[in-house]
Design a protein around this ligand. Structure first.
Ligand code: FUL
Length: 719
């Protein structure tokens, strides 16, 4: 036995040994004290070299639950509660319950919207951070039972569950651990949480997933320290619904790190757990969820343990999670891009719909989901690898043949011989085929996640040409390549953590998306619509550009009083993949006189990369004023925070907006908070209850997120 083998054997023995120690201590497969994680994990010896870590990481496996869930790809998500009636992302916990009256609520309409996009599992937000329950909880008064809706006899959770059952949809619940109501922060809150979970987990049949949001469970955001009894909470779930996954602040699924439906190009399901006694309560696992690089050997180095912790992304189709009047719906190309970045990059995607104050998903969103569904159907309609045969440079004892790539079974696969960390598979297609998506899968069930990098070559003009390169594969990689016509393909695994496996090769053609025209405001303040040479039809009052009255765009135009520009380009063929663009244009800012902060004119220079910082330690620096050239009618304002995470100090959290009245006195117009703005740093548009008319406004920054002393503004608009 050589030195290398010796070392390998030692590691193997260590792993087995530790797993028994873990079992003996906890009666659990995992070695983590209190952990309810039950995939296969390994302890990292302190002196492990990067090579050892690679090998160890390749031995980690998903639990049956995790594997089942990873295969779902997309899930649906519904945010609907009192916030819907108050236009808020995060409530205050003090809203008047009488506002909740969704007279036309139709859960079947929600479900059919998701179904049209091929979604088979849906998560309902049963209780968000403000503590209002969508079911008549027996343990608190702030619930549907004390609202005018159905005279207090309604139950949204029940209607949702019934509609799902009828359609064969898997049902999942979101229950926010953070709660703005009493007794949050006290030990009795654990009782409330367990009691309410018990209601949800016993009265509504099979629950496939329980979501614990991480927001607010840190004292910095909620202002209250709460000592959660996670072992008790998790064991309630494991006892009542053993098959249910625990997502977020839980052991089974991790947040991908953003709320814009984005994913990582390199996405590892194996993560380094930093705390030997981690309870896996999301952020307490020590996995820096928002980091750009995660799970690479660099990040696994100092970890105490390696565990399977797969990612899920989230995409609110209206930018925010809760419905707001006048919030724009995302475009089809954004949805498609998001799908490829998450589902196509070893993550899952949650598509969020927001029922409005009638209790219905708005038409535009319904149309978007079904168009998205049609798009995916059209892409998956034909697998161009059907009928292909494959040969590899490595064949292991006649077994593990490359042809297992086409049998639609994850657990039969090609596997390189031990010690080989690269490999090549040449695929003869069934004649010449044209495709632009290469789907690959590893057999993660038996061999975990191993591939570090791969290349795809096509045989074109009598030579191999590289058409695409990727890093991780994991359960699923949908690699987009240029539209390629060939009869021969080569998959090259160029690096792997251990001898690589490949379970699936499929080829698809994703229809080309014709992007909507680009609407922008140039430096002179004119509206420019770029249709890339095609005829553009547009409106400026928010009405549909598809109607006959829409104007044909000729040249840049002024929109001094602002408005909502909607534009389309009309192609002759394939109407269904044409995109529409929308942009809300603020009032022209060119003649504004802005005071407050350094370089205050950057606040409204139409350039989000110029940032204005406010030092909140100085009383004089916590506001800015805008003098308008004339008396102007205002319906609201927009705050665009800076993008990105680490270098941004704080975003504005609480604000007060004043206008100068005709006596020259500042009058309060609106004050409030931008909920969830660090995780979802999109433009926040705030509408006043009634439009106001003024020549000067003042915007006061009351505090920054995460108790920072500096608040940053990328852009500010009035409309
Ligand atoms: C976040 C929450 O704070 C948001 O309001 C939303 O529920 C999202 C899915 O998770 O952390």
């Amino acid at each position: 036995m050589n030195v290398h083998m010796d070392r390998k054997l030692l590691l193997f023995v260590l792993t087995i040994l530790f797993s028994f120690v873990g079992k003996a201590q906890d009666g659990n497969i995992s070695h983590l004290k209190h952990s309810f994680y039950d995939g296969t994990s390994v302890i990292v010896p302190e002196d492990a070299s990067p090579k050892d870590i690679k090998e160890l990481a390749s031995t980690v496996r998903p639990s049956a639950r995790q594997l089942r869930w990873q295969k779902y790809g997309m899930l649906g998500f519904i945010h609907f509660n009192l916030n819907t009636f108050y236009g808020r992302e995060w409530g205050t916990g003090k809203e008047d319950l009488s506002a909740f009256n969704p007279e036309q609520l139709d859960a079947e309409q929600w479900i059919s919207a998701f179904k049209s996009a091929g979604i088979q599992s849906i998560i309902l937000v049963c209780k968000h951070h403000d503590g209002f329950c969508l079911w008549p909880s027996s343990f608190r008064e702030r619930s549907v039972k004390n609202t005018p809706w159905k005279n207090g006899k309604g139950n949204v959770v029940r209607e949702f569950m019934d509609a799902c059952r009828k359609e064969g949809i898997r049902t999942c619940i979101y229950y926010s651990p953070w709660d703005m109501q009493e007794p949050y922060g006290e030990p009795e809150y654990n009782d409330l949480m367990v009691n309410e979970l018990r209601e949800l987990l016993t009265n509504y049949g099979n629950i496939d997933l329980v979501w614990f949001d991480g927001a607010g469970i840190d004292e910095k955001t909620s202002g209250k320290k709460m000592d959660f009894d996670w072992p008790r909470i998790y064991s309630t779930i494991r006892t009542l619904q053993p098959q249910a996954l625990i997502s977020g602040a839980g052991p089974d699924i991790r947040w991908v790190g953003n709320e814009g439906g984005r994913g990582r190009f390199t996405e590892w399901s194996v993560q380094g757990i930093q705390l030997p006694e981690a309870d896996f309560a999301g952020f307490h696992s020590g996995v820096p969820l928002m980091a750009r690089n995660l799970g690479q050997i660099e990040q696994l180095k100092g970890a105490k343990q390696l565990a399977w912790y797969p990612a899920r992304g989230g995409l609110p189709v209206r930018h925010g999670w809760f419905w707001k009047a006048d919030q724009k719906t995302r475009t089809l190309d954004y949805m498609v891009r998001s799908y490829f970045e998450t589902v196509g990059q070893n993550s899952n995607l949650l598509v969020n719909l927001s029922p409005d104050n009638r209790g219905l998903i708005p038409d535009e969103d319904v149309v978007l989901l079904s168009t998205f569904g049609e798009y995916l159907k059209s892409m998956y309609k034909r697998n161009f690898a059907n009928g292909a045969v494959a040969k590899s440079n490595h064949v292991k004892n006649g077994g593990y043949a490359s042809n297992y790539l086409f049998d639609n079974d994850l657990r039969t696969c090609w596997l390189a011989p031990e010690q080989e960390i690269t490999g090549e598979i040449v695929v003869e297609l069934y004649g010449e085929q044209t495709f632009n998506v290469v789907k690959l899968q590893e057999n993660i069930a038996d061999f975990g996640q191993r591939v570090e990098s791969f290349e795809v070559d096509a045989w074109i003009d009598s030579e191999w040409k590289t058409i695409g390169k990727g890093t991780t594969i994991g359960l699923r990689r949908l690699l987009r390549v240029p539209s390629t016509t060939t009869d021969r393909l080569r998959i090259k695994i160029t690096d792997s953590r251990n001898n690589p496996s490949l379970s699936t090769l499929e080829l698809y053609h994703a229809p080309e998306l014709k992007p909507g025209p680009e609407i922008s405001k140039n430096k002179e303040g004119n509206i420019v619509i770029d249709g890339k040479g095609m005829t553009v039809y547009y409106t400026t009052d928010g009405s549909s550009p598809w109607r006959e009255q829409a104007e044909v765009y000729q040249k840049p135009f002024k929109l001094p009083a602002g408005g909502k520009v909607r534009a389309v380009v009309i192609h002759d063929e394939q109407m269904e993949w044409n995109m529409e663009s929308t942009k809300v244009i603020g009032i022209d800012s060119k003649k504004w006189i802005i005071k407050g902060g350094d370089n205050s004119h950057w606040i409204a220079d139409n350039d989000p990369s110029t940032l204005v910082k406010f030092n909140l330690k100085k009383k004089s620096d916590n506001a800015f004023t805008i003098k308008l050239p004339e008396q102007t009618k205002l319906s609201g304002f927009g705050y665009l925070p800076p993008e990105g995470a680490p270098d941004v100090k704080g975003r504005i959290e609480a604000y007060t907006f004043y206008m100068k009245n005709n006596k020259g006195v500042w009058e309060l117009v609106k004050s409030g908070k931008f909920g969830n703005i660090d995780n979802n740093p999109i433009e926040r548009k705030i509408y006043f209850e009634n439009p106001v008319s003024t020549k000067e406004v003042k915007f006061e920054i009351n505090n920054a997120t995460r108790k920072q002393q500096e608040a940053v503004v990328a852009e500010f608009s009035l409309f």
